[in-house]
Structure formats: C-alpha cells, structure tokens
Ligand binder design. Structure first.
Ligand SMILES: NC(=O)c1ccc[n+]([C@@H]2O[C@H](COP(=O)([O-])OP(=O)(O)OC[C@H]3O[C@@H](n4cnc5c(N)ncnc54)[C@H](O)[C@@H]3O)[C@@H](O)[C@H]2O)c1
Ligand SMILES: O=C(O)CC[C@@H](O)C(=O)O
Length: 531
C-alpha cells in the first residue's frame, strides 16, 4: 500500500506531525486558498483542518481518495458532515481538547468587558492616563446568563461561581440535575435575558442557533447588559448587536468570533464598548497540542481501517483492541455472504456468539455490512457510509448475540433469506493459532477452510468422481485446499454436498461454469481476493 498522504491546511501544533508518526507523508497547503486546497485534495488520504478551511461538498468531492477529515478542535460548522458521510469519509474532531482554553478565554472576556481592560490599556499606550473614563462594574453579586450549558458553558459556570455571581442557564437539552450540581439555575430564554447582567454564549452554530440572539432577544435583555460570545459568529446577529450597543441597551460586548472570518472591518470594531479577539478561544499551547495529537491519533486509526471513537459520523463508539482482527474477518464473511446469496435482499442478520460477546460487538454488524455491500455498490463503501447505503437499498441489518458458540470459542455468522425462503449463511471463527480465520459453515454445510484469498464453491449431488471432474475443469488454477462438505445434521441440504476450494488465483467464470456442468452442480460461486 502507498504511504498515505495527510494534508494539513492550517497552523497546527508541531506535536500533531509527531503523533502522525513516520507512516504518513505530510503535505501542507493553505486551507483558505480555495484553488490550492482543491488542487491538493485529490492526492490526500486525510486532511487536517481547524476552523478556517471550508470542507464543503465540493471540497469533499475533490478528495477522491479521502478517508478521513480531522478537525483539530470542537466546532464542525466548516465541515459538511452529511456530504462526508455520503462519500464514506470519516469525520473526527477533538471534542474536549480546547474546552478549558475556551472557558478561560470567556472568563477573561467577562472580566475585560466589565472593566474595560483592553480599551484602557490601548488609551494608555497612546499617552492617555484616563481613570474615570474606564470605570467598570463588578462581577460579584451580578447575574450571569449562560446560553448553552454544554462542556464549555459548564466550565465557565464552575469558574464564575467563585466570582460570587448568580448563575442562570438556558439549554433545553440539559438535565436539571447536571445544572444543580454545577450551581446553576435553569430558566427559559426570556427569563434569562431579562435577569442577566452578563450574558455568555456557548452554543454550536446550526440552523436552530443562527441569529438566536437577534432583534427580538436583544429587545428583551436587561438594559445595560454586557455580552460575551466566544462560541461562534452568527449566533449573535451582528447588525442587531451594533444597534443595541449604539443605543446603550447593551453596555458592552466582547467578541472572539464573527459571522465571517477573518474579520477586520466590522462596524462593531469601531465601537468603544466592543472588545474583540481574533478567534482565540483555542489559542493556547496546551489546547493546540491536545487537539493536534488527539486528531492525529484518530486519523492514524482511520487510515489503518479501524473504527475511531471520536468519529462523529460513525455508529460505533470505542472498539476494543481485541475485536480488531474480528472486524476484517467479519468483513470477509460479509463479502462471502453476498457472493453466496448472489445478491442482497431484505435483512442481513449478524450473529455473534461465544467469548467475543464479552466486548461491545456493535462494530461487527457494520463490518459485515461493509463487506456485504463492498462488491455490489459502486464507489467506496466504508464503515461510515455502509448504513446509509444499506438504507437506500432497503437492506436492514440486525445484530444478535449468543453466549454459547457450541463447538467454538467464538463464532460469527452472517445470514439472510432469499426471496425463495432459502436461508443463506456463512460462519467463521478466529479460534486457533495464527491470525487467519477459518470458514466453518456455508449454507448448512460444515467446512473447515482458511477464509480469505480466492475461493470457489460448487453445490452438487453427492456422487463419485466429483474431485477429479472439478480438478480437470479448473486446469491450471492452483488449488491449495479442496473439501467435500456434507450438510450439518440439522441442515436441510438433501443429498447434496458442497465442494469448497481455496485457490491460488481467481477462478475465471467460464472455468467454474465448466466445472459446474461436469458435476451437475445446482449452484456455483466464487470469492476473489479483496482489493
Ligand atoms: N472560540 C473558540 O475558539 C471556541 C473553542 C471551542 C469551542 N467553541 C465553540 O463553542 C461551542 C460550544 O462548545 P462545547 O464544547 O461547550 O459544546 P457542547 O456540545 O458541549 O455544548 C453545546 C450546548 O449547547 C446546547 N444547545 C444546542 N442547541 C441549543 C439551543 N438551540 N438552545 C440552547 N442550547 C442549545 C447543547 O444542549 C449543549 O449542551 C462549540 O460548538 C464551538 O462552536 C469556540
Ligand atoms: O482555533 C480553532 O481552530 C477553532 C477552535 C474552536 O473554535 C473550535 O471549534 O474548536
């Protein structure tokens, strides 16, 4: 396999490249230079961005080899996650890496907007010693309204409690118990706006939150309120905020984020009662190192074909390391299932039995689906888009687990019913020495062959001379192993047997047809080495 190319499009901590390790080729381009980005993406297996690179549908489509987008930070508003999911591209972020830094900046902005610190400092540099002009207000005894009590909102609450502030929060998705433990009283938005002396916003930017603090909300604020936004631009309507600041209804604002960034010419920047920073919430050495390393580690896992706990568009969470070999193996079973069933209909049942059920095996359902769809769906199938592609084809999946795997330590079976009612199933295990898995059952026939490489199967009436006839038909195709498998006692296989072969190279269809003809096979199929 070629060395994967990781494209870095923004300034990231040097620790990021170290964490990517020697097995990747790092390339760089400026994510804000659209033409350069679109030119570099087609060769990238992974792209690492912060908030300034727009990974929209066009950019994702340009990344024809792209397997993962790593966002070294929290917000994903610059990444089109649905477009990535459709394209089978994993999106990973570093959801907790910079929350402390963002909360600390918020605390700094609250103090700065209360005491006019930046303005007073700037005036002093210009030679003006103006003490009364910059008289501020205390935080102690005042009410702080926190809009969005998630990770950062909570850290801000925990810190501001020590400034003797009364804490209110508006967040319809937070449990009251969490707020109570943090010393915060939950309210409706109107009550919070009416009662707060300081407001701080900690929401993601989404359709629902864009413009949330707009004309109506700013009409309802307590006159003289001071507002901090270190979350995302656009949640506070900039034109309405400007008007409210001019009128004095809002006494001051501290803004770290803007609707369009970089932002150097907003009318807000001309107001004396506005202080601003250039999106510095995550701008600390610690946060950058944490975010870079976390996202680099996730990207490495994604490039190695593993499930990544931090992936935002993947159904599985953490996958135990011990389950890793089972993922690739179950994917192979999924491929063999599709070849055996000659199609995909209705529902794919993934049964996991035995010792491995001691782990969370949800990812095996995805692995089977990825394998099952891989040979029949054009374009890439990944853990990310497999559920979507299955839904589009009306294919359901179900995972069932059983404690006991009968004669194996652990066993995975992928099965499904054909329109005729016939059940197709394939089972395999990784029991035994070595990493290679064994195929132990195909449609009720008990086999014992290595699963992998190229295989061929013929189902035919039992009788003499089967092996010779098949061998003669396959001619020069090297046969590594051949078994005549009989139906398991409970299987409804009649007087048929299954000839199952491990072959050294893919069997051309015409040779398999010839072999089938010679032994009156009722069905024949093959599995080629996975690409
Ligand atoms: N300035 C910076 O550099 C910087 C750094 C980190 C994060 N951020 C921004 O801060 C935001 C918050 O980060 P977080 O880690 O706390 O996220 P989070 O997901 O932990 O918290 C967001 C909270 O908003 C709430 N919420 C969602 N929709 C809401 C709505 N319509 N009304 C009220 N509440 C709603 C959620 O329930 C959640 O509790 C991020 O989305 C990111 O955009 C900015
Ligand atoms: O500095 C950055 O890249 C943005 C940080 C922050 O806004 C985030 O969403 O993580």
């Amino acid at each position: 396999m070629d060395t994967p190319v990781v494209l870095i499009t923004e300034e990231l901590s040097p620790a990021t490249v170290t964490a990517l390790g020697p097995g990747t080729e790092v390339r760089r381009c400026a994510g804000t230079d659209r033409a350069a980005l679109l030119e570099a993406l087609p060769e990238a297996d992974a792209v690492l961005v912060r908030s300034a690179t727009r990974m929209d549908a066009e950019a994702i489509a340009a990344g024809t080899r792209l397997k993962v987008i790593g966002r070294a930070g929290v917000g994903l508003d610059n990444v089109d996650v649905p477009a990535a999911t459709r394209a089978g591209v994993m999106v990973v972020n570093a959801p907790t890496a910079n929350v402390v830094s963002a909360a600390e900046l918020t605390v700094g902005l609250l103090l700065a907007v209360a005491r006019n610190i930046p303005q007073a400092g700037a005036a002093l540099r210009e030679g003006h010693w103006q003490r009364s002009r910059f008289t501020g207000v205390e935080l102690s005894g005042k009410t702080l309204g926190i809009i969005g009590l998630g990770r950062i909102g909570t850290l801000v609450a925990q810190r501001m409690r020590h400034f003797d502030m009364r804490l209110l929060a508006y967040d319809p998705y937070v449990q009251p118990g969490h707020a109570a433990r943090t010393g915060v009283h939950m309210t409706g938005l109107d009550e919070l706006l009416a009662e707060s002396d300081f407001l701080t916003v900690h929401l993601p930017r989404m359709a629902e939150t864009a413009g949330l603090i707009g004309f109506e909300a700013l009409q309802r604020v307590k006159p003289g309120v001071r507002l901090v936004n270190a979350a995302r631009g656009g949640i506070v309507d900039e034109a309405e905020l400007y008007a409210a600041l001019k009128e004095g209804r809002v006494a001051g604002a501290a803004l770290d984020v803007f609707a369009a960034e970089p932002c150097t010419d907003s009318p807000l920047l001309e107001l004396d009662n506005v202080i601003a920073t250039p999106h510095l919430g995550a701008g600390t050495t610690e946060a950058q190192a944490r975010a870079g390393v976390a996202v680099a580690q996730s990207v490495r896992q994604a490039l190695a074909g593993r499930c990544v706990p931090e992936a935002v568009n993947l159904r599985t969470g953490t996958v135990d390391g011990e389950l890793d070999p089972w993922l690739a193996f179950t994917e192979q079973l999924g491929r063999l299932f599709t070849a055996t069933a000659a199609g995909l209909r209705g529902k794919l049942l993934v049964k996991v039995a035995g010792e491995i059920t001691g782990h969370d095996t949800t990812a095996l359902e995805l692995a089977a689906l990825k394998g099952a769809l891989g040979s029949v769906v054009e374009g890439g199938v990944s853990y990310v888009n497999a559920p979507l592609l299955a839904r589009e084809r009306g294919l359901g999946t179900e995972l069932v687990t059983a404690h006991d795997a009968v004669s194996h330590r652990s066993l995975v079976t992928v099965s499904g019913a054909l329109p005729s009612g016939e059940v197709v199933s394939v089972s395999g295990t990784l029991d035994g020495p070595g990493p290679a898995g064994r195929l132990v059952e195909v449609c009720g026939f008990a086999v014992d062959l290595a699963l992998g490489g190229s295989m061929a199967f013929l189902r035919a009436p039992a009788g003499p001379g089967l092996v010779g006839a098949v061998g003669a038909a396959l001619g020069g195709v090297p046969v590594d192993a051949l078994q005549i498998a009989h139906g398991a006692p409970a299987a409804n296989t009649g007087d048929e047997v299954l000839l199952a072969l491990n072959v050294g190279r893919p069997v051309p269809r015409e040779l398999l047809d010839d072999a089938a003809l010679r032994i009156d096979a009722t069905r024949s199929w093959s599995l080629d080495r996975a690409a």
